[in-house]
Design a protein around this ligand. Structure first.
Ligand code: NAX
Length: 331
C-alpha cells in the first residue's frame, strides 16, 4: 500500500544544486519507492522563467512518484503544508563582499523563511539548510521559527557532503571500497574549520587510525583535503560542487526519513545537555543516528583526545564569531 504523498519545498530550485536535486527527489531516491512527492519550488521572481524550464523537464521525465509541481516566488505558498523544507537558495559571496555582509544579507532571507515555515509548514516539517553559511543560516532560521513555537530540533544544516568527501579520502588511502568506511563524523562548522573525526571512524569494522597506520596523514593532509575540497572543486570546475551537494541532500533526507540505524553527519542546534559542551543553540556538526521516523539523536559517549579537542575549540570559536556577527537577528 503506497504511503501518503510527502510535500517537499525546495528553495533556490532553479540553481545548479536544484537542477541536480529535483529529479532525484522526484524519482524516489530521497523518500523511497512507495512515496509520492509533491514538489513546491521557490525562486526569486527573476528566476521563475528558468524554473519553468525545469518544471517542463520534470514533466518530461513522467516520474510515476511525482504527484505535482508548484513553482512560485511566494515564500508562504512554497512552504504551505511542507513535510520537508530544503533551503538551498542563498546569495553567493561576490568579490569585495565581507563575510559579515554575506551573513547579514542571508540572515534576512533565513529570518523570513524560518517564520514562514513555522506558520505554514506541516507540524512534522523537517528543515535542511544547504545555502551557505549553512550553520549560521540554520541558527537564524531556527531562532525565527522557535519564536513561533517550532521546535529547533527539527532544523538541520548540511555536513553530509563533507562526510562523503572524508570517507572517499580514507577509502582511497586504505585501498578499500568506500562502503567499508563508516562512522566518519563531521564536527562543527561546514567551513574550513570543520573537524572530520577519523579517530572514531571505522574501516571494515576496525578503527580507521589502525587501518591507515599514518597518524601524520590523518592529522595533516586528510583534514586539509576535506576542509579544502570545496575550493578545489571550484578551481577545477569553475563552479562550486552541485551534483555531489545534491547527492548529499538526498542522503541526509534518506537517513532521517528512512532510518538505517547507521551514524551520519549533519549539524543541529546544540542541546542544553548531550551536546558535548557546545554553547546551547549553536548549530553544530555532530554524528547523528535516526532511531525511528523523524526522531534523530546525537550519538553519545564519544571521548575526544587532546588533538580533537583543540580542533573543536577552533570551529566552535568560528561559529560563535558568526553568531556575534548576526546577533541583531537573534535578539
Ligand atoms: P546557485 O547560485 O546556482 O543557485 C542558487 C539559487 O538560489 C539561484 O537560482 C537564486 O535565484 C536562488 N535564490 C537566491 N535567493 C533566494 C531566495 N531568497 N529565495 C529563493 N531562491 C533564492 O547556487 P548553488 O550552486 O545551487 O548553491 C546553493 C547554495 O548551496 C550556495 O549558498 C552554496 O554556497 C551552498 N552549498 C552548500 C554546500 C553544503 O555542503 N552545505 C555544498 C554546496 C554548495 O556550495
Amino acid at each position: 500500500m503506497p504511503d501518503s504523498p510527502v510535500t517537499v519545498a525546495v528553495t533556490g530550485a532553479a540553481g545548479q544544486i536544484g537542477y541536480a536535486l529535483l529529479f532525484r527527489i522526484a524519482s524516489g531516491q530521497a523518500l523511497g519507492p512507495n512515496t509520492k512527492v509533491r514538489l513546491q519550488l521557490l525562486e526569486l521572481e527573476a528566476a521563475l522563467p528558468a524554473l519553468e524550464g525545469v518544471r517542463m523537464e520534470l514533466d518530461d521525465c513522467a516520474f510515476p512518484l511525482l504527484d505535482s509541481v508548484l513553482c512560485t516566488s511566494d515564500t508562504d505558498e512554497a512552504f504551505r503544508h511542507a513535510n520537508w523544507a530544503l533551503l538551498v537558495g542563498a546569495v553567493p559571496r561576490r568579490e569585495g563582499m565581507e563575510r559579515k555582509d554575506l551573513l547579514g544579507i542571508n540572515g534576512g532571507i533565513f529570518t523570513g523563511q524560518g517564520e514562514s515555515i513555522a506558520r505554514e509548514a506541516a507540524d512534522d516539517c523537517r528543515v535542511l539548510v544547504v545555502g551557505n553559511p549553512c550553520n549560521t543560516n540554520a541558527l537564524i532560521g531556527s531562532t525565527a521559527a522557535a519564536r513561533l513555537d517550532m521546535p529547533r530540533a527539527r532544523w538541520f544544516a548540511m555536513t553530509m557532503l563533507d562526510e562523503k568527501r572524508g570517507r572517499s579520502q580514507i577509502a582511497a588511502k586504505a585501498s578499500v571500497p568506500v562502503s567499508e568506511v563508516r562512522d566518519l563524523a563531521i564536527w562543527g562548522n561546514h567551513s574550513s574549520t570543520q573537524f572530520p573525526d577519523a579517530w572514531h571512524a571505522t574501516v571494515g569494522g576496525s578503527p580507521a587510525p589502525e587501518v591507515i597506520g599514518d597518524e601524520e596523514w590523518l592529522r595533516g593532509e586528510f583534514i586539509a583535503n576535506v576542509q579544502q575540497r570545496g575550493a578545489a572543486i571550484i578551481e577545477a570546475r569553475g563552479q562550486s560542487s552541485a551534483a555531489s551537494a545534491a547527492n548529499a541532500v538526498i542522503d541526509t533526507v534518506r537517513n532521517v526519513a528512512q532510518p538505517t540505524g547507521e551514524i551520519f553527519s549533519a549539524a543541529v542546534p546544540a542541546p542544553a545537555q548531550g551536546g558535548y559542551d557546545v554553547p546551547e543553540g549553536l548549530v553544530f556538526g555532530y554524528p547523528l543516528r535516526a532511531a525511528e521516523r523523524g526522531s534523530v539523536g546525537i550519538v553519545e559517549g564519544i571521548v575526544h583526545g587532546e588533538f580533537a579537542r583543540s580542533k573543536l575549540a577552533v570551529t566552535t570559536a568560528e561559529l560563535l564569531e558568526e553568531r556575534g556577527a548576526v546577533k541583531e537577528l537573534l535578539a
